[in-house]
Design a protein around this ligand. Sequence first.
Ligand SMILES: *Cc1c(COP(=O)(O)O)cnc(C)c1O
Length: 387
Amino acid sequence: MSKARDRGPLHPETIAAQALGRIDPATGGVVPPLQPATTFAREPDYSLVRPGHVYARDDGPTVREAEDIIAAMEHGVAARMFASGMAAIAALLRAGATGPIAVQKGIYYGTQIFATRTLAAHGVEIRWFDGSDLASLADALADEAVKLVFLETPSNPWLTVVDITEAANIAHRHGAKVAVDSTAATPILSTPLTLGADFVVHSATKSLNGHSDVLAGVIVAGNTDEAMWEAICRERHDAGAVLGAFEAWLLIRGMRTLGVRVKTASANAGAIAGYLAGHKGVEVVRYPGLIDHPGHAIARRQMPGGYGSLLSFDVVGGAEAALAVAGRLEHIVRATSLGGVESLIEHRKSVEDPMSGVPEGLLRLSVGIENVQDLLEDLEQALAPLA
Ligand SMILES: *Cc1c(COP(=O)(O)O)cnc(C)c1O
């Protein structure tokens, strides 16, 4: 359909900046048009005016445009947008729940809650494995009952790096598919389908959109021949958690700057992680770009463009000290979420279940694209009483 794709694989920055290089056929506009219609007309003989355009819960042209861009960036063959990252993850996990599901421990809290509360309540067995010890994955798959493995790398907020190729090899040996939540990596830094994964999922609310003003999710398939992909598409159609046209259009607009945003935020995060690692008031810094991070060697291989904008660190003195540090910040905003152009900090213990096991003093920092000196100075004055 697009000239850009016929010329061979372009880099994700180019695909995003040019929105696949498509020119609006109706006007020549260089920006993809927004088509908000929920329904599409038929001819007197009842054939569709434009084949494939029926009703917006099935599909819509602007949503399809966003799907094509993300599928191309991820080297996938198809994508489906959802109303949120969790809607995408829920559809994927339900589609994979023909037996038990293997899910990585310590990943995005909402995914863990969906698995333990909703799926478990519907009788789905969840087998938890350790993303940094894939022997535990092999154990979970030993009886070949599991058909879907769900992992997240780098994970939020532990920054565990999972070897995608190794996990895919183990899963495929046992007849299971692998889905990777690549929200923290983005296709600028890592493309899991090229490393052996079968599906990639993103909370497009985060770095893909990047402006903290759209809630969206997406699943990308490396191969549409799978029964599981059919089940995912059926899920979206039947359950109806599709993205709206306005959100899809905003997402396309936000993604145009994905390359520069991710690279700048990633460089800023690297500088901040290095600064925090040398601070007396900080117990531990989790960032895959630090050479003493346990997943650094894997990250260097599977995230060749950089280590991302997400990090977490534990403040000496536990919850009280961590909350005080967050409270003294003047420019970094105290709020949940990540991947936006503005830096956000969150005390995870305050928002997770008391049993979740997240350290008392853990602050999660999503680094934005501000001037890094301003961010470092803000952290320095907030940490000063602990120096
Ligand atoms: C935020 C997030 C999600 C959930 O996405 P929503 O768009 O908030 O539903 C899933 N996975 C990761 C890693 C996230 O950070």
